[in-house]
Design a protein around this ligand. Structure first.
Ligand SMILES: Cc1ncc(C[n+]2csc(CCOP(=O)(O)OP(=O)(O)O)c2C)c(N)n1
Ligand SMILES: [Mg+2]
Length: 271
């Protein structure tokens, strides 16, 4: 896929469409995780419309860049970006969460083109991404692997095994993005099992670390282009529920769903 010289306007346009479409899906299904969808939207839109090399007609192309959605509950963000990127038609989104839909509450690679690996149980996508990066290094492919974790998700121990292996092997084509919205399910990360200083933890594991505004596509593009001889960790500072005033920074919107009035207000704000 080719990009315009300045992809930022396109990224913003796609991110806006993703938020509106995802919230409609959540409203119609009365299920979902819209808070975490909206903290991740700008990061994912930047990846697909400004960074990654892929071809939706060839989801198994060996040299594609890989994106692994480790925080698999944020399907509103993942399913809308894959649709916008051309992996399937928009009417598939209308089936979100319905019985026998390809669009389950958690992504399933057996049903949906573009999904690299099944996720949902937290702590599994990052280790798979490390495996993908090792495979790339062994086969001499120049593909990059990107993996997005939640910050609460980092409380799972499997992530730290993955971080240790990636640092040891100097997997320079692996990029981890931490969606640092400081909220998990029902509470703040720091009052639950604190992560700070997160940058120092990753540096100690042999990673290059960059902090970035996770809602600024230009800053994200620069961060993704950071030269490195080791795995790259972007700590993306984000706002859970970003873009809708009554959702921002509210733990209750982790898996809150809108009533008709809230949906209408969100559509007025997301313009
Ligand atoms: C192993 C596991 N434990 C619990 C859950 C239930 N769960 C889903 S999302 C979530 C909170 C995740 O918080 P975070 O990683 O910060 O995600 P975000 O804030 O980006 O939504 C929990 C506990 C799960 N999916 N997997
Ligand atoms: Mg979080």
């Amino acid at each position: 896929m080719t990009h315009l010289n300045d992809p930022v306007p396109l990224i913003r346009e796609k991110a806006l469409w993703m938020r509106r479409r995802a919230f409609r899906m959540v409203h119609e299904a009365q299920l979902g995780h819209p808070g975490g969808d909206f903290s991740a939207t700008d990061i994912i839109a930047t990846l697909y419309f400004g960074v990654m090399r892929f071809d939706p007609k060839r989801p198994d192309w060996a040299d594609r860049d890989r994106f692994i959605m480790s925080k698999g509950h944020a399907t509103g963000a993942l399913y809308t970006v894959l649709c916008a990127a051309g992996y399937y038609p928009e009417d598939w989104l209308d089936t979100y969460m319905q019985p026998k839909s390809r669009l389950n509450g958690h992504p399933n690679r057996n049903y949906l083109p573009g999904v690299e690996t099944n996720t949902g149980p937290l702590g599994h996508g990052f280790p798979v991404a490390v495996g993908s990066a090792i495979a790339g290094a062994l086969t001499g492919s120049d593909h990059r692997t990107f993996v997005l974790t939640g910050d609460g998700e980092l409380q799972e121990g499997s992530n730290w095994e993955a971080a240790m292996v990636a640092g040891h092997r100097k997997l320079k084509r692996l990029t981890l993005i931490v969606d640092r919205n400081r909220l998990q399910q029902g509470a703040g990360t720091e009052e639950t099992s604190g992560l700070d200083p997160l940058d120092e933890k990753f540096r100690a594991f042999g990673w290059q670390v960059v902090e970035v505004d996770g809602h600024d596509p230009a800053a994200l593009l620069a961060a993704f282009a950071t030269p490195t001889d080791r795995p790259l960790c972007l700590i993306a500072n984000t706002v859970k529920g970003k873009g809708v005033s009554f959702m921002e920074n509210k733990a209750s919107w982790h898996h809150g769903v809108p009533n008709a009035e809230q949906f209408a207000q969100a559509m007025e704000e997301l313009v």
